[in-house]
Write a new protein. Structure first.
Length: 195
């Protein structure tokens, strides 16, 4: 039985699938695959912020700062989390706000795509070469701050998530398949915490 067909049968039994994790952990790519195969709408909060502000995120942060960005992000997450049966990919720092987490968890199964620092740096460097610029989160270069930011955010990712999946050596398609396999267990309320 094709994977998409099987999971399309159970999609009404769970509200939202929410992907959290640091930059370049695969949230956008995996979220798009899940939404396609589950026939759900896909909401990428970073993209929605760019639509709402009319600016790329790096330009918005440069002009208005991270505090203003987080205010817009809260509004976008509030709207996204109020929907049903969608796949939501959040920005890497969304879980640092307790209200965001409460809203996302209220009607969502939260999956942490956990990538290590080396994998993130490699993916970020590749994205930069393709012109996708991410603003620094601290005073350091985005590639140099990865280890410190992961240490700072790890507990928040752990507390916010219902399920964790390591993505370092998995392709987006492999990550999607692992989530699909875990989904029936989540529907029954007894998934393992990690895979």
């Amino acid at each position: 039985m094709p994977t998409a067909f099987f999971f399309a049968q159970v999609q009404t039994d769970i509200m939202n699938i929410v992907l959290i994790g640091y930059r370049c952990s695969g949230k956008t790519r995996v979220g798009g695959l899940l939404a396609r195969d589950l026939k759900r709408h896909f909401l990428d909060t970073d993209h929605l912020i760019e639509v709402k502000t009319g600016m790329p995120i790096d330009s918005y942060v440069t002009r208005y700062g991270w505090n203003d960005f987080r205010n817009v992000e809260r509004t976008v997450i509030d709207d996204s989390a109020s929907r049903d049966n969608v796949v939501i990919a959040t920005g890497g720092g969304a879980v640092m706000n307790d209200m965001n987490v409460r809203k996302l968890r209220r009607n969502g199964w939260v999956v942490w795509l956990d990538a290590g620092a080396a994998a993130i740096r490699e993916r970020m460097a590749r994205a930069q070469q393709q012109g996708h610029i991410r603003p620094p989160l601290s005073e350091n270069d985005p590639l140099e701050e990865v280890d410190a930011m992961l240490r700072e955010r790890r507990a928040a990712y752990e507390q916010a998530s219902d399920w964790t999946l390591r993505t370092d050596t998995r392709s987006p398609q492999e990550v999607e398949r692992a989530i699909m396999r875990a989904l029936p267990h989540a529907l029954r309320g007894n998934p393992a915490r990690t895979a």
